[in-house]
Write a protein that binds this ligand. Structure first.
Ligand code: BGC
Length: 419
């Protein structure tokens, strides 16, 4: 990365924010998001504080619900009634969908984005651009294919981290036989699908995973390997319980971090809530890639879009400050330290980050990157929602076979893409 450019861009951000802050009065700036769990609240506060320094008064539009399903529906209603917020947490292909409605502000027309290519990875640029125009501001990168190991329980039994599914089942069954819960799991459809996503990456391999879940390739969807992925996924159901049904990811993470369960599958936003509770990487938990996915980084990029409003000078100036703040290295570092992610910007100082984030940054550069389909990175949330429901129904059904589920997926995907 070109350091000269990094310095000039970050100072541009600060200077422009300073100049504008002398002329613009603090006006409420409404931001829709779904950060409502402890770690998320701390990171949201980082955003609030950074905006405040630049004279922007953050107006909270928080919709409870991990994964953002609820938030998207509420946003749709607000947009339809002509009162969208100033900014919203919209990611991946949904940015293109919203852009079709001509409701979004072009970031290129708002601020000088020419230097962004110097510090944003290509994959990040692709996910926030529509036809080479920035329509979203990327702030961080989460890794989704993590398996978290409880340090105390693994030490007590002298267990090594499982790297294959065979080892995973052996370790889980051993722990269960000792009377300890092997796996903590939440009970909402997107959490079931998040687990399936890692299984699918490992069984199909990254190339076929992308063919199936990004390009909806019917040959891969209708393959023996896909049936195998569904079968392996179903074997994990034995570690679930009725009590977890409907449980949010944060509550599921609690039994893991409080030493009542040995393992947990979740994206690294969960680390933010553990940091907020004073828990530490290595001492309290370890992070390893989900079994069979060592060479792969399943990514989730958080970004914000801006809505076209009345467009007074003040409103436009505030949107500009919002973008300049979000893209600055200072904000991206502070935010990701609290959130459990890594900054969307490359070559930033990682000295304040824990070992899991450092590994994440290294793996992002060195492993095969695949978009997380459960985190709005592969398809629009409308398509994603239906696929997730099917995966979850299969996981929790006593009668649906893997072959039938794959058949249903095939039919669904054909309908979704009108092939
Ligand atoms: C978002 C994260 C958030 C997580 C749980 C993901 O879709 O990208 O920022 O922390 O959902 O709410």
């Amino acid at each position: 990365m070109n350091k000269k450019n990094l310095i000039s861009v970050s100072s541009f951000a600060c200077i422009s924010a300073f100049v504008l802050s002398t002329t613009v009065s603090a006006a409420p700036f409404e931001v829709l998001h779904w950060w409502t769990e402890p770690g998320e609240l701390q990171s949201k506060q980082v955003l609030v504080d950074h905006l405040k320094v630049n004279d922007i008064e953050f107006e909270d539009f928080a919709i409870v619900g991990g994964g953002g399903d609820g938030a998207i529906h509420v946003l749709q209603m607000r947009a339809l009634s002509g009162t969208p917020p100033e900014a919203a947490q919209i990611k991946g292909p949904d940015i293109t969908e919203w852009n079709k409605l001509s409701m979004l502000v072009s970031i290129d027309k708002l601020v000088d984005t020419r230097a962004w290519t110097n510090f944003l990875p290509e994959v990040v640029i692709d996910h926030v651009s529509v036809d080479h125009e920035y329509m979203g501001v990327p702030i961080n990168i989460h890794r989704v294919n993590w398996l978290w190991l409880n340090t105390k329980i693994f030490k007590r039994f002298g267990l090594a981290a499982p790297t294959t599914w065979k080892q995973f089942f052996a370790v889980a069954d051993f722990i269960q036989a000792k009377g300890v819960k092997p796996l903590s799991m939440g009970g909402t459809p997107w959490q079931d699908a998040l687990l399936f996503e890692s299984v699918a990456i490992s069984v199909l391999g990254p190339e076929n995973y992308i063919k199936a879940f990004v390009h909806f390739d019917n040959n891969v969807i209708n393959s023996v390997a896909m049936v195998d992925a569904f079968k392996l996924f179903k074997r994990l159901h034995r570690y679930t319980s009725i009590a977890q049904q409907g449980q949010d990811w944060f509550w599921a993470s609690q039994s893991f971090i409080n030493d009542q369960a040995a393992m947990f599958f979740m994206g690294d936003w969960v680390k933010g809530s553990w940091t907020a509770a004073g828990k530490e990487a290595l001492k309290d938990y370890r992070c390893v890639p989900a079994p069979g996915t060592d060479g792969v980084f399943s990514y989730n990029i958080d970004s914000f879009v801006l809505f076209k409003k009345v467009n007074t000078d003040i409103e436009q100036a505030n949107q500009k400050i919002f973008v300049d703040t979000l893209i600055s290295p200072e904000f991206q570092i502070d935010f990701s330290v609290a959130k459990g992610s890594i900054p969307a910007r490359q070559n930033v100082d990682l000295s304040r980050f824990d070992s899991c984030s450092k590994q994440s940054a290294y793996d992002f550069d060195h492993k095969t990157k695949v978009p997380s389909f459960t985190q709005n990175m592969a398809t629009s949330s409308h398509q994603q929602g239906q696929i997730i429901q099917l995966i979850s129904d299969y996981f929790n059904s006593e009668s649906l076979s893997a072959e039938e589920a794959v058949q249903q997926l095939d039919v669904m995907v054909k309908a979704l893409t009108s092939k």
